[in-house]
Design a protein around this ligand. Structure first.
Ligand SMILES: NC(=O)c1ccc[n+]([C@@H]2O[C@H](COP(=O)([O-])OP(=O)(O)OC[C@H]3O[C@@H](n4cnc5c(N)ncnc54)[C@H](O)[C@@H]3O)[C@@H](O)[C@H]2O)c1
Length: 360
């Protein structure tokens, strides 16, 4: 049986990958050390998700390995060696605010951890598809230089702008403020590309917009839709940072993200790079997202808008999906942003009102 190794298997994208690839017949091994609880506190722990995966997914098991531990990662790959056909690398320190508080941990997890995985894959499973969850923060704050116009609820590009339907990978990653998180992800992204180019391994970087879904252990510093819905549902005060709440993000459900991984694995190439997000249809401003959460919960969010924007934060991001759809025409976004929000609420509302500390 072919083996898939999924890092960050308790997280949003990792847990969805475990379920999808197990259903496809892979023997799935997770790598997870619940470092999310260390980053964002106990309410962000992924321990319960990991327990549920073991209980519900046939044959799934996970190893409590820190991806910074090169020897342990090498031993894991050596044990499974040529059976490994797929690696989904979704473990990360995922917040740019947190990165500034401890740049060394951020860099060693995101950059060095990725290098450890690439080296182990190269040594023991060089033909395996290597999927890396990169981020649109590799472009730094360059999107903020776009000629945005202020509309009633959002900032918006003029309809005749070449990037109106979304930003492609032709945007430069140089000479912008990335945040330290953006830099550690750029380092990892370039490493993944280089192992594709230099060693011919089938690697891909998916530069994500906002990835979301009911399994996200939303925390103030990461998982914005999930945390926003949680605050609306529980009456927790919420702070919007900067831009009058008109900043735009595009959102994509974890299920569509992992469907993109599966499409890539069905026909992998070397050193591929794609932007991946919800596209224009999945875009929402903070003010629009708040209104949607209030509609769904029937409650008002207690929020303030701070004038202080987060350093390196995007004023506007919409993903151009045409490159990926061009290469993988069977793939498309299937879950729209309102459906994502309804699902986040339906899945978590009981747990939140009962004082649950994380997603089921
Ligand atoms: N969620 C988003 O909006 C978003 C956007 C763009 C890119 N991404 C990227 O997608 C990937 C997955 O994001 P997510 O939202 O699923 O994150 P997540 O925090 O839900 O999952 C990451 C998992 O990795 C684990 N982990 C962290 N450090 C580890 C280490 N040193 N060793 C082993 N496990 C470790 C965490 O405990 C967590 O369970 C990340 O690389 C992230 O940078 C996410």
């Amino acid at each position: 049986m072919a083996t898939a190794i999924v890092t960050g298997s308790g997280g949003l994208i990792g847990s969805e990958s475990v379920r999808v690839f197990a259903e496809q017949g892979f023997d799935v091994i997770g790598v997870e050390n619940d470092m999310r609880a260390h980053f964002f506190g106990p309410q962000a722990s992924t321990a319960r998700v990991s327990e549920r995966l073991v209980a519900e997914v046939d044959g799934f098991r996970w190893e409590q390995i820190d991806i910074r531990d090169a020897e342990a990662i090498d031993r894991l790959f050596a044990r499974h060696s040529r059976r490994v056909e797929l690696i989904v690398h979704a473990a990360a320190q995922p917040s740019h605010d947190w990165a500034a508080s401890d740049p060394q941990t951020d860099f060693t997890v995101n950059a060095h951890g990725t290098l450890n995985l690439l080296q182990a894959a190269r040594a023991h499973a060089p033909d395996a598809t290597f999927i890396f969850t990169s981020t649109n923060k590799v472009y730094g704050d360059r999107p903020n230089a776009l000629p945005l116009q202020e509309h009633e609820t959002r900032l918006e590009l003029p309809a005749d702008h070449p990037w109106y339907e979304g930003i492609g990978t032709d945007m430069s990653i140089d000479a912008t403020t990335h945040s330290l998180f953006g830099v550690s992800k750029v380092a990892a992204d370039l490493l993944v590309q280089e192992y594709g180019r230099y060693f011919g391994m089938p690697t891909v970087c998916f530069r994500g917009g906002c990835l979301t879904g009911p399994q996200h252990a939303g925390a103030e510093l990461h998982g914005f839709l999930s945390y926003l819905m949680r605050c609306t549902a529980t009456g927790t005060p919420y702070t919007v940072f900067g831009y009058g709440g008109k900043q735009v993000r595009d959102n994509i459900h974890a299920t569509d993200v992992v469907r993109a991984f599966a499409a890539f694995h069905s026909n992998p190439r070397a050193a591929a790079v794609y932007n991946l997000g919800g596209g224009r249809a999945g875009s929402v401003s903070m003010l629009e997202a708040i209104a949607a959460c209030e509609r769904i919960t029937g409650r008002s969010l207690n929020y303030t808008i701070s004038e202080q924007a987060r350093l390196g934060d995007h004023r506007w991001w919409i993903t151009d999906l045409s490159a990926f759809v061009g290469d993988y025409p069977g793939w498309r976004v299937t879950v729209d942003v309102n459906a994502v929000l309804r699902e986040i609420y339906a899945h978590n509302a009981d747990g939140w009102s009962g004082g649950s500390t994380g997603p089921d």
